[in-house]
Write a protein that binds this ligand. Sequence first.
Ligand SMILES: O=P(O)(O)OC[C@H]1O[C@H](O[C@H]2O[C@H](CO)[C@@H](O)[C@H](O)[C@H]2O)[C@H](O)[C@@H](O)[C@@H]1O
Length: 278
Amino acid sequence: MDFTDPSASALYEAVVRSGGDLVVGLDFDGTLAPIVEDPTRAHVHPEVPDLLVALSEVVRGVAVVTGRPVRQALALGDLDQVGSRINDLHRSFLVLGQYGNERWTAVDRRVVSPRPPAGLAGFLREVPSLVRRAGAPDAYVEPKGLAVALHTRRLDDPAGSFARLLPLVTDAAARHGLAVEPGRLVVEVRAPGMHKGLSVRRLAEEWSAKGFLFAGDDLGDVEAFTELRAMRTEGVATMAVCSHGGDGPEELEELADLVVDGPDGVVELLRALVHDLS
Ligand SMILES: O=P(O)(O)OC[C@H]1O[C@H](O[C@H]2O[C@H](CO)[C@@H](O)[C@H](O)[C@H]2O)[C@H](O)[C@@H](O)[C@@H]1O
């Protein structure tokens, strides 16, 4: 792997030195799977399944940490099958869904999840009026069990619709005691209190990580990147990788140690990691 930035190169070498004590956390959409118009058709890059298995053999653990419900990520990423293969090798693999609220491990093979937040049913009743008032009546509404995501990517004016929808949704979510998670032409409403930063911290503790590499592409990954910075001051070798593409947020790029070119770039990096750790 060629690094143009010497500080990224030094961080990568430190992460590689953590070897068998390294944890790799990977976001799903925009990181393992290219962004597509229809969220039900977001499949992982074809090399991802084999790479996750190969990676699991040379690191302490591999985790997919996503805003998606676990079951969706398992289906779209063929991750159930990946989990079986990794389990057969007696290595560690898990999927944390809905920003860490749901958990699935290759050993237990069942989704552990809390109940939907109390305010969600009330918020859902308001959705038709919210999208109408935002001039986005055809926004795609993605029910997620513990949350709901409102997508504007397939509308005539995706960015304008998103900008009009966000304040209305933020106000309604607050009235129902819910949190708002804006993303790439999507705004999600969910329970407060959990985010990818906490997920990263707990994974590092669970797997006694001496190194942690995390790759993500969206605002929902900001807390994970921030947590990696904190862990670095505590002596853990960390690297935050931004999977750059199209409408991804500048804020994440600014926090990143390395910016790669979308899922293709993530795959190239994971390939290098497997090679350098073997
Ligand atoms: O944490 P992630 O794995 O990145 O999940 C975040 C959200 O991703 C999905 O939406 C995004 O990807 C779609 C498919 O490429 C795209 O159409 C949409 O515009 C993106 O925002 C997913 O649908 C959401 O539920 C996730 O929360």
